[in-house]
Design a binder for this molecule. Structure first.
Ligand SMILES: Cc1cc2nc3c(=O)[nH]c(=O)nc-3n(C[C@H](O)[C@H](O)[C@H](O)COP(=O)(O)OP(=O)(O)OC[C@H]3O[C@@H](n4cnc5c(N)ncnc54)[C@H](O)[C@@H]3O)c2cc1C
Length: 489
C-alpha cells in the first residue's frame, strides 16, 4: 500500500491505513498499534510538503470522521451561541458550509487561501490567512478532544475553559490548563489523534477587496514608516515579483475590509494568481504556460508582472469567496517562512537579492515561477505556532508545479537556501507543513521560547512514543532529552 502527499514529494508504504468513524475506533487503533509495537500518525488532506503527517506503520485517515457533534457539557451554554463542536476531519469547505447553514449563520473568523484541508490538519500546523488583528486559524479553538497513548481520552482547554468540570464526560479526563492547551492545539500530530474540536465562530460576513499595483520600494516604505496603515484593514497581503523588468520590482497590494454598502460582485470567486499568469502567457504568446516557462525563462519576470497587473481591481463577496484563491487548475508547492513583522522589509530585500543572484538566464529551473506573498498575521498564543508571541509576516515562496515535472531539485535547494538565510538574519520560523524537511531540532529550540513546556506536555500525552515518526526523530526527539517529563495537568 502506497500513500503520497499532494505534492508527490513524500511517498510512504504504511502497514495499514485506518478509516475510523467513531471515538471508540480511534481508541482501539491506538491500543492495537501499541500492542504490536507500531507507531500511529493521523493525516488530513496530505497538503503538507514536509513529512510531518506520515509513518511506515499505521496511518489514520482523519477525513473519515467529519460530522458536527453536540457541544460538551458547558459551564454556561446560553452564554455563547457561537460555539460549535465538530469532528476533526471535516474539511474547511465543509465547515464553512455547516456554519452558514445554522439557524443564525456563523463564519470562520479567518482562513487561508484554500479550503480542502482537514480542520485539524490546518489548525495543527499553524495554517493562517492574513490580518494584523487576526491570528492563525488555531486561535478559534476552545476545546480539543484527543486520544493519547494507551487509548486515554483527554478534553484539553484553557484554565477558564468552556466545559463544566462538575459534569464529567464518561471515559474522558478533563484538563483545564493553559500550558496543556497552548501546547496541544499546534502539535503537528505528535501528541495523539485529535477526535474533535470546539471552535468559536463569528456572525457570517462579506468582504470588500481592493488590489493595487505598485513598486516594492513604495510598499517597503509603507511597512517601515506607518504600521498603522496595515492595522486599518481586516486583511493585508502583498504579492511581490522578485524580478524587475525596469529596475524596481513590482508588487500587488491587497487590502480587505468588511463590506459596507458595496454591491456584491456578480461572480462568487475570481482568478487565482496562477490562473492570471497562465492567461497572460496564453494571450501574450499564444502558447501554454509550461512551454513558455521552459523555453523562454528570461520572459518569466515579465510574465509575473503581467500576472500581477491582471489581478488589479476590486471584488466583493462572501468572506470565503474573497479569501479562497484556489489554484486555477494549476498545481504548485511552496515553503513558508514566518518573520517578526518588523523584519519584513529586511527579509524581502534578502529574498529579492538571493533569487536574482541564483537565477541562470537559460535555466528555467533556477527561476521562481510565481510572485511570492506576504501575509500579515497577529501573534498566536499557541507555543509552537509559527506566529507565537509576535505579530508576524508569513512569506510564502511558491513554485508552479509543471505537469510531469512536479517538485524540482533546484527549487528545493533555492527554498532551503532562503530558509537558512532568514533563520540566521531575521529570526525566522517555518510553517510546519510548508517546509521541505530541512528543519532541525536545534533550530526549533532557538525559535520557540516555550519549547520545553510543549515537550513536557508531549511526554505526558505520549510517554511511549506512539505518535513519533521520521520527522519527529529529526525535529522533536532531540529536544526531549532536555525535558524533565514532570508536567501534570
Ligand atoms: C494548495 C495548498 C494551499 C495551502 N494554503 C495555505 C494557506 O493559505 N495558509 C497556510 O498557512 N497554509 C496553507 N497550506 C498548507 C496547509 O494548510 C498545511 O500544510 C496543512 O497542515 C495541511 O492540512 P491537511 O489537512 O492536508 O493535513 P496533512 O498535511 O495531512 O497533515 C498535517 C498535520 O496534521 C496532523 N493530523 C492530521 N490528522 C490528525 C489528527 N486526527 N490528530 C492529530 N493530528 C492530525 C498530521 O499528523 C500532520 O502533522 C496550503 C497547502 C497547499 C498544498
Amino acid at each position: 500500500m502506497t500513500w503520497s502527499n499532494y505534492g508527490g514529494n513524500i511517498v510512504v508504504k504504511p502497514k495499514r491505513i485506518e478509516q475510523p468513524t467513531t471515538l471508540q475506533q480511534l481508541i482501539d487503533i491506538v491500543r492495537n498499534a501499541e500492542a504490536h509495537g507500531l507507531t500511529v500518525r493521523g493525516f488530513g488532506d496530505g497538503h503538507s510538503f514536509s513529512s510531518v503527517a506520515v509513518t511506515d506503520d499505521v496511518m489514520v485517515r482523519t477525513h473519515s470522521y467529519a460530522s458536527p457533534l453536540p457541544l460538551p457539557p458547558m459551564r454556561n451554554l446560553a452564554g455563547n451561541p457561537r460555539l460549535v463542536n465538530v469532528e476533526a476531519g471535516i474539511t474547511l469547505a465543509q465547515l464553512i458550509r455547516h456554519l452558514r447553514s445554522l439557524k443564525t449563520p456563523l463564519a470562520l473568523p479567518n482562513m487561508g487561501s484554500y479550503t480542502g484541508q482537514a480542520l485539524i490538519g490546518a489548525i495543527t500546523t499553524g495554517t493562517h490567512g492574513s490580518g494584523l488583528t487576526l491570528g492563525p486559524i488555531a486561535e478559534m479553538v476552545r476545546s480539543v478532544l484527543i486520544v493519547a497513548s494507551g487509548g486515554r481520552v483527554f478534553r484539553i482547554e484553557p484554565s477558564n475553559g468552556i466545559t463544566d468540570p462538575a459534569v464529567p464526560e464518561t471515559g474522558v479526563t478533563l484538563v483545564q490548563n493553559d500550558d496543556w492547551f497552548h501546547s496541544v492545539v499546534v502539535s503537528m500530530g505528535c501528541m495523539g489523534l485529535v477526535h474533535s474540536l470546539v471552535i468559536e465562530g463569528i456572525p457570517d460576513y462579506e468582504l470588500f477587496e481592493d488590489r493595487r499595483l505598485g513598486r516594492w520600494t513604495e510598499a517597503r516604505s509603507m511597512i517601515d514608516v506607518d504600521h498603522a496603515i496595515f492595522s486599518r484593514f481586516r486583511h493585508q497581503e502583498i504579492l511581490v515579483n522578485p524580478y524587475s523588468t525596469d529596475g524596481a520590482p513590482k508588487v500587488l497590494v491587497t487590502a480587505r475590509r468588511t463590506r459596507t454598502t458595496e454591491a456584491l460582485s456578480p461572480q462568487p470567486t475570481r482568478d487565482s494568481p496562477w490562473l492570471a499568469i497562465a492567461n497572460v502567457a496564453q494571450e501574450l504568446v499564444g502558447i501554454g504556460l509550461q512551454s513558455h516557462i521552459v523555453n523562454h525563462p528570461t520572459q518569466i519576470p515579465g510574465l509575473l508582472d503581467s500576472g500581477l497587473s491582471a489581478l488589479r481591481g476590486t471584488f466583493c463577496s462572501h468572506y470565503d469567496g474573497v479569501l479562497t484563491l484556489g489554484l486555477g487548475g494549476i498545481d504548485g508547492y511552496a515553503n513558508e517562512i514566518a518573520v517578526p513583522f518588523e523584519q519584513t522589509a529586511t527579509a524581502v530585500d534578502i529574498i529579492i537579492e538571493t533569487l536574482n543572484k541564483l537565477r541562470v538566464p537559460k535555466n528555467w529551473r533556477t527561476y521562481v515561477t510565481s510572485p511570492f506573498s506576504l501575509r500579515f498575521v497577529a501573534a498566536s498564543a499557541h507555543y509552537l505556532a509559527p506566529q507565537y508571541g509576535r505579530p508576524t509576516c508569513m512569506i510564502e515562496l511558491p513554485f508552479m508545479s509543471l505537469p510531469d515535472i512536479g517538485v524540482t531539485e533546484e527549487s528545493v535547494l533555492i527554498l532551503n537556501h532562503i530558509q537558512r538565510r532568514l533563520q540566521t538574519t531575521c529570526d525566522a520560523r517555518m510553517h510546519w507543513g510548508l517546509e521541505f524537511d530541512a528543519l532541525t531540532a536545534e533550530q526549533v529550540r532557538t525559535m520557540y521560547p516555550r519549547w520545553q513546556t510543549w515537550c513536557e506536555v508531549l511526554l505526558a500525552l505520549d510517554p511511549r512514543g506512539t505518535f513519533r515518526n521520521s520527522w519527529t526523530r529529526r525535529v522533536i526527539e532531540p529536544l526531549l532529552q532536555h525535558t524533565g517529563g514532570t508536567i501534570t495537568a
